[in-house]
Design a protein around this ligand. Structure first.
Ligand SMILES: [Zn+2]
Length: 104
């Protein structure tokens, strides 16, 4: 069991509607310097959370609060299993408000 801090996301729109975007992978900060060190694919994250092997969270710099990440079936009924911040997330630590990853 390990806890991983997500600092950025990669999103890809899947066919339609065009505003229906999914997180396809996330950047994990291992050494807490604010930069992504590892890329974790969505399926890897979903499997790790659902099996209880790992937990993922985001951290809000201005709120100082951690938001845990959970898995859900996509609310748009596309059949995908996706990740999102739990309901008590603040704006600044919500998965959706993280920056996009820039992989070298
Ligand atoms: Zn979907």
């Amino acid at each position: 069991m390990a806890d991983h801090m997500i600092v950025c996301t990669d999103q890809t729109p899947i066919s339609k509607p065009t505003n229906h975007a999914h997180i396809v992978s996330v950047g994990v900060d291992k050494d807490r310097d604010g930069y992504a060190d590892q890329k974790h694919e969505l399926q890897q994250v979903v499997r790790a959370i659902d099996s209880g092997d790992h937990r993922y969270y985001t951290y809000g710099l201005s709120s100082g609060k951690v938001a845990w990440v959970e898995t859900v079936d996509c609310p748009s009924h596309c059949g995908e299993r996706i990740i999102r911040s739990m309901r008590d997330a603040k704006t600044d630590n919500n998965l959706d408000s993280l920056r996009r990853c820039r992989w070298q």
